[in-house]
Design a protein around this ligand. Structure first.
Ligand SMILES: NC(=O)C1=CN([C@@H]2O[C@H](COP(=O)(O)OP(=O)(O)OC[C@H]3O[C@@H](n4cnc5c(N)ncnc54)[C@H](O)[C@@H]3O)[C@@H](O)[C@H]2O)C=CC1
Ligand SMILES: O=C(O)C(=O)Cc1ccc(O)cc1
Length: 365
């Protein structure tokens, strides 16, 4: 039986991470890629991630069962007319862009809808480039699929399975739903983070006291302000109506907050914070989906020799088996935490209890 062939146009943070995840879970698949920077392709071949390094408009893309468009939005769009002439009839063409409207409109205009399923992994980082890609970036993250209306159910089924098989959680939405939802939970937060950082820059004195003492809360809420300015510029330009609509509501809430402050409205202010606290606490940080539930805790550790061994010893002395242990560096835990995975809920609860007893700071998700 012929093996599945997957093509990538653009092999940066997201393309590289998807390619690495496919290599991890489907080592037998054939992966081909084109990237503007040749060195990246050479690295990916050297890493064993890519089998075939392609040139621009390489005719070998005709062999692909899936093609992931993971370059910049404008380049992805630019490739479509050529892809229309190149792909084979059964090929699933997909992208990873943060906004879906523009590509769907272009796909329809080019009469390519029978092959196109938009994609958007809801995971990323403020860093870009293949060198920051990992095989676990999209693990346990929602992966939104926006099938074109003309795409067959068999293709949707196959693509959904592929997404699940590489550890992500597929969720099907229309592109309109996608663009409205992400305007609120992804695009607005980036604008808010940028504005917060800019307000400090504007109001701070030459001695930069504000910048110096900005504490954990400020850093948490503005971490995403370090993301790629070019990428977020493009996202805002691609999704202006939805972003403007959610900004209207956000500005209304900010004006209301100012009014409560100006009025010294103790009850109103309290209500505002109670409401946001309770609603935030009701968010699930651990997405549930077709994947097996994972029983994981995160623990702050001092960066010194033996710190991990001490924790491992505490757990084993209490008869608690670990499935996995390792240092995790991501945007949420800026300085790195120890991630410990257990086999079941009971082991997780016991481990949390034992570590808290010894004053370790534990985060459960
Ligand atoms: N960065 C993030 O956190 C997330 C990004 N996305 C989406 O993924 C897409 C890609 O983002 P990243 O992977 O972060 O960017 P990136 O900058 O890491 O990767 C883009 C890749 O495309 C290549 N490229 C750019 N122009 C090209 C051209 N003309 N020809 C060939 N290759 C070209 C670059 O060399 C680079 O390797 C964006 O559209 C973004 O909306 C989606 C989810 C998360
Ligand atoms: O939640 C965010 O905005 C992120 O930090 C990572 C990210 C960036 C861009 C996306 O399209 C999806 C996820």
């Amino acid at each position: 039986m012929e093996t599945t062939t997957i093509g990538f146009i653009g092999l940066g943070l997201i393309g590289g991470s998807i390619a690495k995840a496919i290599r991890k879970f489907h080592p037998e698949y054939q992966i081909m890629a084109y990237n503007r920077t040749k060195d990246i392709l050479e690295d990916a071949v050297f890493d064993g991630i890519v089998d075939i390094a392609c040139t621009e408009r390489d005719t070998r893309f005709a062999l692909c069962d899936y093609i992931f468009l993971c370059a910049t939005v404008d380049y992805n769009l630019e490739c479509l007319p050529w892809l229309k002439q190149t792909i084979r009839p059964g090929c699933i063409l997909t992208d990873v862009g943060s906004v879906k409207g523009e590509i769907h409109k272009k796909i329809t205009a080019l009469d390519m809808a029978a092959n196109f399923i938009g994609g958007h992994p809801m995971a990323g980082s403020e860093k870009t480039g293949y060198e920051h890609s990992t095989d676990h970036l999209i693990e346990n993250a929602y992966y939104i699929l926006t099938p074109s209306e003309e795409v067959g159910l068999d293709k949707i089924g196959n693509y959904t399975e592929l997404v699940s098989s590489i550890g992500a959680l597929p969720m099907i939405l229309t592109w309109e739903e996608h663009d409205y939802i992400t305007a609120c939970v992804s695009h607005l937060p980036h604008i808010v983070a940028a504005s917060l950082v800019n307000v400090v820059q504007k109001l701070d004195s030459p001695l930069e006291h504000m910048k110096t003492i900005a504490a954990g809360g400020f850093k948490d809420i503005t971490r995403i302000a370090s993301s790629s300015p070019h990428m977020w510029q493009q996202i805002c330009l691609e999704n202006p109506e939805h972003i403007s609509k959610v900004l209207d509501e956000y500005i209304r809430l900010i004006v209301q907050a100012k009014y409560l402050v100006d009025q010294r409205d103790a009850n109103g202010l309290y209500e505002m914070f109670v409401n946001s606290r309770d609603y935030r606490n009701s968010f699930s940080d651990a997405p549930s989906g077709p994947l097996k539930k994972s029983f994981t805790l995160y623990c702050d550790v001092v960066d010194e020799t033996g710190a991990i061994a001490t924790i491992a010893t505490i757990l084993s002395m209490n008869g608690i088996s670990m499935k996995n242990i390792g240092i995790l560096h991501n945007r949420e835990f800026e300085d790195g935490v120890l991630k410990i995975e257990f086999y079941d809920e009971d082991a997780l609860a016991q481990a949390a209890e034992q570590l808290k007893k010894r004053n370790y700071i534990i985060y459960e998700r």
